[in-house]
Design a binder for this molecule. Structure first.
Ligand SMILES: NC(=O)C1=CN([C@@H]2O[C@H](COP(=O)(O)OP(=O)(O)OC[C@H]3O[C@@H](n4cnc5c(N)ncnc54)[C@H](OP(=O)(O)O)[C@@H]3O)[C@@H](O)[C@H]2O)C=CC1
Ligand SMILES: CC(C)(CO)C(=O)C(=O)O
Length: 355
């Protein structure tokens, strides 16, 4: 157990820092405050101004709590004011990891545990390389967070946040997960984080479809053409993980390997079988939708791009994922297909690649 954690354990709370306070960071930080932890936030003005005073967490099942940010929100030029950090939750996008590693350097002491909350597989290596003397672990966030109302962070879907247990931090992480676990943020642990990240990556492959189709996740899943294509994207990932002998843990309501077949069911049958999959906020959209909408660089290279690069390494191909990567790159450079053009292109792709 880290010396510092052993010490804070005695007081039952640690000093947590959310670095890269955005949708996930604001929700996570709020849930930590709710769990009686001491929390500071570093981020951009748009979010810091929302969480520095009173703010609200709400969730899909009607839970709601009001929190006091206690003025612990800081911008990058105020880092000198942040006190020693026990646990740094790194909540930036994969695309910002390199620059975040440089910016957070003065906040990380030899005792700081860094927890990487990104989607994707193995993106935490950037941070391991930048901080070789710190414990760097991973967290998997299965749920969706939106900020449609100022000062309100809403969790739109179910699922427990999973913390990686490394042999060196076994007791500390178990302790941490117990401390954090509340109805606003269920927390669990995993000894098989890489497998878990591949399982989550499978679910994220539909993010690009969601962004280009420009509709909520629920409406996307109710549309057969989109479901078929997402099944195709997932099957490419499943071939890659099978070849690597990765056993995907179940993170949705169905085993991961069954999901493509269920997605390919006709509408009526799908609605019956996948009732739980469709039990999501009708307005929920994926993080890639938000990035494209806000004209930001998306995480496409770390999501569908990861399937493509891993397939190449294994002497395999992943044409549907490769196509998605190129369409999102185009969209980022303002040559974006309209939703109608995307649907037509997708049907043509299906016709040309039907085996
Ligand atoms: N949103 C969601 O529902 C889900 C997201 N995830 C994953 O969680 C991770 C975080 O996503 P999300 O919360 O949506 O991301 P956001 O973009 O909402 O939040 C990240 C914030 O960090 C800021 N930031 C970036 N670099 C720095 C820096 N060096 N210093 C301070 N602030 C910085 C960003 O600013 P700027 O925009 O200026 O770069 C942004 O405001 C991603 O990997 C995502 O895939 C997983 C599950 C669901
Ligand atoms: C929760 C989920 C799968 C979809 O919203 C996500 O990870 C994302 O939006 O990036």
């Amino acid at each position: 157990m880290s010396a510092k954690i052993a010490q804070v354990k005695a007081n039952n709370h640690a000093h947590h820092l959310i670095f890269g306070t955005g949708l996930i960071g604001s929700y996570l930080g709020g849930a930590l405050i709710r769990a009686q932890q001491r929390v500071s936030f570093v981020g951009r003005k748009h979010f810091i101004s929302q969480i520095s005073a009173r703010f609200t967490l709400s969730d899909y099942s009607g839970n709601r709590c009001e929190l006091d940010g206690q003025g612990q929100g800081f911008l990058l030029d105020e880092l000198a004011k942040v006190e020693a950090v026990d646990i740094l939750w790194l909540c930036v996008k994969c695309t910002a990891l390199e620059s975040a590693a440089a910016d957070m350097r003065e906040l990380v002491t030899k005792n700081t545990i860094i927890i990487c909350c990104q989607n994707g597989v193995g993106t935490h290596h950037v941070i391991e390389n930048a901080f070789p003397h710190n414990h760097v672990i991973r967290a998997m966030v299965p749920f969706n967070v939106v900020n449609d109302e100022p000062g309100v962070f809403h969790r739109g879907t179910e699922g427990s946040m999973i913390l990686e247990v490394s042999p060196a931090l076994n007791d500390s992480i178990k302790w941490l997960s117990r401390q954090m676990n509340t109805e606003m943020l269920p927390v669990d642990i995993s000894y098989h984080m890489t497998d878990l990240q591949w399982a989550k990556l499978q679910l994220n492959l539909g993010n690009a479809v969601n962004a280009l189709a420009d509709i909520p996740v629920k409406a996307m899943l109710e549309t057969r053409e989109y479901r078929f294509f997402i099944a195709r994207l997932m099957n490419e990932l499943l071939k890659v993980t099978e070849k690597q002998k990765i056993k995907l843990p179940k993170i949705a309501n169905l085993p991961n390997t069954w999901i493509p077949s269920v997605l390919k069911l006709p509408n009526l049958l799908f609605k019956l079988v996948a009732k739980k999959m469709l039990a999501i906020d009708p307005q929920a959209k994926t993080s890639m939708w938000w990035d494209l909408h806000n004209q930001r660089t998306t995480e496409i290279d770390f999501i569908n791009g990861k399937v493509v690069s891993q397939a190449k390494k294994l002497d395999m191909t992943a044409p549907a994922n490769e196509w998605m990567v190129s369409l999102i790159h185009q969209a980022q450079s303002s040559k974006r297909l309209t939703a109608k053009e995307f649907k037509a292109a997708l049907l043509q792709f299906e016709q040309e690649n039907n085996t």
